[in-house]
Design a protein around this ligand. Structure first.
Ligand code: AMP
Length: 286
């Protein structure tokens, strides 16, 4: 079993000792309730580093008041068992009252990249994410940290924060890990009833549909959005939060597909808000 650390000062001393001994530290921040996507990030971190720290922290400040903070699935014993096989050395499980004690008042904001997509739909979300990741990077002090590209905007926000604040950590992106039928793995998939689970494949299938239409020559984003919305809404229990095509570096919206374009989706299936994305690579950059 990986060693469990819950106190911040203990995590800091473990890391400083590992660094003194010359070990390269890899870090995977998570909210727990592991699935194969998390485990793939851990295995990747173990390939790139000598020691791997995984944090489990359901970060209250990245949830809106109407969101699923209380309902978010938690099972530390199950997580410890799953993490064991990936070669994780430390599970860092801080407590909210130590991360945000009374009178806590410091936040970090990545202003532009946090605005569109999930930032527009979840006000304050990326401020909460950037703040907790900055705190965790200070506490764990890793050489590198691995983030999943399922949360593509989060990856860009963190990369920008690390660059802007001159942090000495390498940010590594990991491809999206999917179920056999294409559904992106997510702890929130546990909210889905069997019937909703069937509908949930429409996110991935919408990404594939867009790719196909674009290959056939469709370039107008408005037309593509309409077709994707119609396709998604033909599945029961779905409600679209957004369908956006944008520049994969700046997240600026595009009107016509040219070169590399990010297609990002957020769709409610029942009460589960699911996200997925695809970077479309156009060979004819015309
Ligand atoms: P979470 O516990 O949902 O906050 O996710 C922790 C990390 O795992 C984040 O970097 C996510 O982007 C990543 N992650 C979650 N699901 C997937 C997935 N299906 N594929 C790749 N990475 C993922």
């Amino acid at each position: 079993m990986p060693e469990l650390i819950s106190r911040i000062h203990q995590m800091k001393s473990w890391s400083e000792k590992a660094r003194r001994e010359g070990f390269k530290i890899g870090f995977v921040p998570t909210m727990g309730y592991f699935h194969e996507g998390h485990l793939a990030l851990m295995r990747h971190a173990k390939e790139l580093a000598d020691k791997v720290v995984v944090s489990i922290f359901v970060n209250p400040i990245q949830f809106g008041p109407q969101e699923d903070f209380a309902a978010y699935p938690r099972d530390l014993e199950r997580d410890a068992r799953l993490a064991e096989k990936t070669g994780v050395d430390i599970l860092f499980v801080p407590e909210a009252r130590e991360m945000y004690p009374a009178h806590y008042q410091t936040f970090v904001e990545v202003t532009e990249l946090s605005k569109p997509l999930c930032g527009a739909k979840r006000p304050g979300h990326f401020r909460g994410v950037a703040t907790v990741v900055l705190k965790l990077l200070h506490i764990v002090h890793p050489h590198l940290a691995v983030f999943g590209l399922k949360d593509y905007q989060q990856y860009l926000v963190i990369r920008q924060m690390v660059k802007d604040l001159n942090l000495d950590v390498e940010i590594v992106g990991h491809p999206i890990v999917r179920e056999k039928d294409g559904l992106a793995m997510s702890s929130r998939n546990t909210y889905l009833s069997p019937a909703e689970r069937k509908s949930a494949t429409c996110l991935y299938r919408a990404l594939c549909l867009a790719e196909e239409k674009i290959k056939k020559g469709l370039r107008e984003v408005n037309v593509l959005k309409d077709e994707l919305a119609r396709f998604i809404l033909s599945h029961p229990y779905t409600k679209i939060d957004y369908i956006e095509f944008c520049d994969p570096e700046t997240l600026a919206p595009v009107e016509k597909i040219k070169g590399r374009t990010l297609l990002a989706l957020a769709v409610f299936v029942g009460r589960a808000r699911l996200i997925d994305n695809l970077v479309l690579e156009l060979e004819d950059a015309a």
